[in-house]
Every structure is written in structure tokens, then in C-alpha cells.
Design a protein. Structure first.
Lengths: 230, 230, 230, 230
């Protein structure tokens, strides 16, 4: 039981250091099975080379551990909050990838300067407000999810498949956790390009709407023509 | 049939991630057989580890698929436009390599600051103008080629074997697709050096004409003396 | 005898280049056995691929070589000074990792801008004052330790498990030398993030106290809930 | 005959891409046998994976090819010029390593900001003046050597084992070509640190003389105590 999400979560967690997104044990990935009302997530503070499909922790959507002897990632409540609120997604990824985290620490969204960005996000990569002392002192990781949801009022999470948590780091998501990993790779790459573009052209404006539409929509939605027919 | 260009295109496409020029599936390479009036190009949105010489798509110079069950790269019309216009070239490469793309997003050419650059380009690496809403709304990828051709009026494409498409990313080319890959590697490296040189010396002028002549011409043209006799 | 600290020091020294923290032979790690009053440390100027547990040098807390035919690292007196003063630590690591060293050369502490930093340090990563000509002319490496101790008056070395020596480079430590290696990796990553955050937001303030408390204390101390129960 | 310098030159040339100092075929290394009055150098424009001890080209100190069917590196006259003038050196390395080349292109020496630098150079890493149109038009590569020698009037080449050629890139040297490779690695690393230190502290002054003396002299000269006794 839960074999498929165990495998998906395991492979996604392993993919993060392979893509250079993880230093030490910062970062985690979860894969949901909405029919069964559960998700699989990385155990907390375990080295990447000790992970296996079997030691992924199975948690239900109320936050109870269904299967597993290890503590789940301390960020589990954030994953749960996002999986509950964003019904179209199948997985969440959290990293402290260097360049994206630099934007998060600075409290700055990543401006959309080009087509690489427009292939993934339908506008800037948003940043949350800072969390209040009350939010930090209470259920911190759950409130981290809430501050993301607050920022996403009026935004479609599949048009903006990621966010920077202020002072913290990026979270990404997608229809599958594999897609969330892909977005995490893209966010890191986009962050590096954006900083360099700003250094080259400090007054640089965001990409023109027609080019944003073209690139985002050729990959996403009903008129997409990128990739192979599904 | 088409064995040779299938192999060349396949090897060029594989070389791109090996040189660190590709994140995810951004990027593609094509190899032309002008006698047969066709070129081989990467299929769209296929992972690099699933590529083979056999799944390269064969397209003729009118844009019709001659062989192949997969959709060709969505950038195929840009490749075709360049191969038609630049008769001396045998292959085209497109990447979103990080540093070169940062210049493209910023709408800035890469200034020629030194001999590394002068070994490959006979002046700055040009950037196109932005595309118009009409160009974007019509045959976008074909018009991407046209905006490159507009920038190349009066320029010899073998003296300037690449370009930055504004808001987008670099395209490079050469007598062979292998040479186009080499130029793509050089462009990324040159972009990184150029940004750092500008940070060290904000008013830095372009390389002196005599040194540009010396380096470009010792590698290119009738009086070249670099490398082994051919 | 000393088998365990030989192995720990050997593994820590090998981990440094694997994590990209070492260029050439810059850097060394030591592991202490407080019961036996000795520590194992890398021999001086030996290539990383020639290291073995057997050629680690065993030095006692008075600085005398107990076992070993090779000279110990020239930085041995700094390690000894720290191991003597910081009674809760079991190992010391010294690297010239690029980004952290850039801060050290500039004489600047690494400001605490986010949760990645707060997971490891309970405030900024401190920098020492410059050493005086007299300190440099006398027992230089021992005085390097003393200038660190001067900076740590009033600081708990387990709350601040590392330092930048002005004009020089980072030293880190921990309950074990393996932990000191982990901190060295974190310091390099934090340094890169901090420089980028400052470039994005030149007036950026340090992380809010409540978020610092939350992140540092969820990993350290009596109320920690990160990782698996020990 | 010449077996030893063939092997040394071959190994040094292979070490350059392994250390990340070489993009494409930019770069070359030579090893001298002063008793026989010859040096071994990389053939021009040959891929790194086609090199062998046997295809190193043997050139005498008058510039005549003694053994070899391939053209030697086009930079051979620069190597010969340095080997003739700097009698204490046994090998020369030339790279276009990214960060050091950025300084060379900008026409800026690398300031000595810390002990990493001071371990290798007894002051800033010098940059030559620009070459004149006459020097470029005549025996360009030989004159590249001469402009280095002009910069080194009054400098001991073993105290300053490398240089940045203005608009071009670094050359390094040492008692052996293996040492010249080591210096080339250090120069690239030092360049990256220096740029970051300047970004952190724009008015940063060079390292204090007493610390420079301490670090340079603990590794070099009669009172050195770094590494193992020779």
C-alpha cells in the first residue's frame, strides 16, 4: 500500500541533491495520493544516502502519521497546508537552493525578465510577507503554509507553481512531485539569471505581456504545442 | 538514410548538458544535409537521456517532416529560417545557458573585452531588437529567425557565429553543428568573463581593433595559423 | 590506539574537498579524544589522495607529537588553542572556502539574513580583529587561536560554531569533527546567499529575533524537534 | 629521449581541464629540460582527450622543433621567451580561466587581500601594459613574452609566479610545470575571492606587510616551515 507515492517521494527527494538544489539536509519533497487522503514525505534530518522508499513517512491530510517509525520532516505541516488548499497539485518541494534563497532572504520577488521564466511562471515569482511574532510562536510550520495561501489569494497555483517564503526559501509544487522538482530546478536557474540581468541593466522592466502570454501558453493550457501530445 | 546528420544532431544535443549549457529540456541542436535539402533536429520536450539518433526528427527546408514519429522541437522554424538564410552553416544550436541568457534578458550585447572573445567573434555578440506583438502573435518561432536575420544585415554569419535573442536566449551556428556547440560553450564562458570585467572596470572599452584582428584572423580565414593544417 | 580519532580526522579531511571547500591543500581538520588528552590532525602540505588514517598526526594538548613521522599541519597550534578553550567541542575544521574567505578578507562578519543561517548560528558569523605585528611575529598560529578567543568573550561557541579570521579564512567546530565539517559546508553556502541578498537589497537588516530564536532553537537545545530523537 | 618532460607536460596539460581551468582548447603547458636545452609543449588546437606524452612537441630554446609531427601551440614563443628569461623556472602554464581572465580583460591587477593570496604571491598579481599595434603586428606571441618581461623588471619571478596579460589571460610558472599548474589553480581561486571581497568592501586595502611576510615566507625561502622537510 502507498507503494506509488513512496516511490515518487523517494525519487523526488533524491533528485534534489542531484540537481544541486540541496546543501546538507535542507529540503524535502512530498507526493500525495488524494484518493487515499495521504501523502508520503521525507523523514526529518536523515542523510540523503540513507533514504529509501520504505522510510518515507505516510501522513494523512489531518496530519496524523499513518505509516512510519521515523519523524516526518519538520516542514510537514507546510506541505499539508498547501496540499489541502491547492487541490490541483500532487506534490510539494522545499529547498534552500542558493540563488532563490538569496531572493527570499532579501524579501524580493524574482522579476520575470525573459522566456525561461515565462515558460514556468505567468508573472513574477511571488514572495510572502514576513511572518508575525505570533505566527512564529504558534504553529510555525502550519502558519508558513498560511502566509503562502494569503499571498496566493487571486492567483492560480498552477500558473504560479512556487513561492519564496520571506527570510526563508522557496517552495514549489505541481501536478506531480516530479513536476515540482522540475520547477524547483527552474526557479534556481531563473534566480541566477535575474540577478545578473539586474546587474547588467538596473532599470530593467518585466517581460512584455504578449511574450509572456506566448511562452506560458505554448507550454500550458488548451492551446499548448510544446512537447509531445499526451 | 540521413544516418550522418542523425548522428551529428544526436551527439550535439547530448553535448549541451555535458557542457553545463542546458537546464531541464531547454535547448536543441540541428544538423543539416544541404545536398538532400533536410536537417535533423531534437524532438520537442524529450528528456536528454531518452534521445537517440533514431528519434531525431528529419525536416526538409520547406518545414515538412520527412521522417519521424515525434514532434520536432518547437524552435524548428527558427533553425530552418537560419539554415535557409546562412548558406555557409551546417548546424544550429539553441540553449538557455545562464550567463548568456542574462545578457539576452537584459537586452544587452556582450561587449568584446578580450582575446577569448576575439577568438570566436569579430566584434560584440549582437542582440536582436525586441519582437513586436504582431511578430509574437503570428508565426512566432519563424519570426524569431527573421528578427535575427534583420540584425545580421551587413554581418557575415561566420564572423559572428551567434546572437542573443532579446528577452530570450542565445542561438549559435557554424560550418558543422559540432562547431556550433563549441561556439555555444564559448559564448557562455565569454558572458561570465564580460560581466565580471564590467564589475571590475565599469567604463571598460572594447578590445583594440588590432588585437581583435590578430586573434580572430589567426584562427579564421586565409592567414590562419592556429591548430593543425587541414 | 587512537584508532577512532584517526578515522574521524581522516574522514573529515577527505570530506572537505568532496564538498568543494578546499582548493589545493588549503585546509585541515582535527578530532579530539579528551579522555586521552590528544587530537588527530592532518599532516602538513600532503595531497588529499595520499592521506590515510595512519598518517594523521597524534598531538597532545600540550602540543607534543605523540605519534607520527610527518609534521602536523602548520595550523596545529590554532586547533590546539580552540580545543583547549572550548571544552564542549570535539573537532575543528579550517578551510579557505571561496565565499566565506571573501568575507574574511574583507574583514566583514556574515550578517544573518535568513533561516538557513539561523539553523546554524545564533546571530552573525563573527569576524576577528586584525592581528597585530607583534602577534604575527611571535607564535603566529597560536595567536590566531587567541584572537578568536578574544572575539568569543561572552559568546557560547556552540551557539556560534565558527568564525572568520580577519584577512584569512573560516574556522568551524562542533561536538564532533563531522559536525564541524557540516558547519563548514553551511558557512560557505550562507556566505554566498548573504552576498547575493546584499546585492539585491543593499539596506537589508538582519533576521528578526523571533525567527532567529525559532529556527536556532528548533534544531538546538532542550526544546529541539528537528531530526530524529537521539 | 625527452621521456620525462613529455610525461610532465602531458600530465600538466591534462590537469588543467580537470581543475576547471580550461574551456574548449584554450590553454597549454610546457616542461623544460635545461640540460638538454629543450622543452615539451602541447600541440596546437588538439582536443584534450587526444593528447598523449608522445604527441607533445619538443622545441629547443632557439624555437626549432626537435621532435614532433604536429604544430606546437601557437603560444610557444611566449613560453620560450619566459623559459629563456626566467632561469629558475622549469615550466609554464597558460589558461583562460574565467575569473583571472576577467581581471586581465579589465586591465586590473589582482590585489592581495588575504593569506590565500599571500601563500603564493609576494604582492599583487601583476598585469602587463597593453601591447602596441606594432608588437601585435610583428611576432605577436614572442612580444607577449616581452611585455611580461618588461613588467617583471625588478621583480623576482619566483616571488611572483604569474602574470595577467592585459586583454588576454593569465600565465603562471614554477620550478616545475606541476608547480605552475598549482599556481594556476590558486590564481583562479584568488581572483574569485578578490572580486567578492571588493564587492563587500569597495575601499578595501591590501594585506598588511607583516602578514604578507609571514604567509609568503612560511611557505617559501630559507625559513619556510610549511609542508614536510624536502
Amino acid at each position: 500500500m502507498y507503494t506509488e507515492i513512496r516511490r515518487e517521494a523517494y525519487e523526488a527527494n533524491l533528485a534534489l541533491p542531484r540537481h544541486g538544489l540541496i546543501n546538507l539536509t535542507f529540503g524535502n519533497a512530498s507526493a500525495a495520493d488524494r484518493d487515499k487522503g495521504v501523502f508520503a514525505i521525507k523523514p526529518s534530518g536523515v542523510d540523503y544516502d540513507e533514504l529509501s522508499p520504505e522510510n518515507m513517512v505516510i501522513v494523512d491530510f489531518d496530519g496524523k502519521i499513518v505509516e512510519g517509525n521515523l519523524r516526518p520532516s519538520s516542514d510537514t505541516p507546510t506541505h499539508r497546508c498547501l496540499l489541502l488548499a491547492f487541490e490541483g497539485i500532487g506534490g510539494v518541494v522545499h529547498t534552500h537552493s542558493t540563488k532563490a534563497t538569496a531572493f527570499a532572504q532579501a524579501g524580493k520577488p524574482i522579476p520575470n525578465f525573459g522566456t525561461t521564466h515565462a515558460d514556468y511562471f505567468y508573472g513574477e515569482i511571488p514572495v510572502t510577507r514576513k511572518m508575525t511574532p505570533e505566527e512564529i510562536a504558534s504553529a510555525y510550520e502550519w502558519e508558513t503554509g498560511n502566509v503562502i495561501l494569503e499571498r496566493f489569494k487571486g492567483l492560480n497555483p498552477l500558473d504560479f507553481p512556487g513561492v519564496l517564503v520571506n527570510r526563508h526559501a522557496p517552495f514549489t509544487w505541481g501536478k506531480s512531485v516530479a513536476k515540482a522538482v522540475e520547477v524547483a530546478v527552474a526557479v534556481e536557474c531563473i534566480a541566477e539569471m535575474a540577478l545578473m540581468s539586474m546587474q547588467l541593466n538596473p532599470g530593467l522592466q518585466a517581460i512584455e505581456q504578449e511574450l509572456l502570454d506566448k511562452h506560458f501558453l505554448r507550454k500550458h493550457g488548451a492551446t499548448a504545442y510544446y512537447g509531445q501530445p499526451e
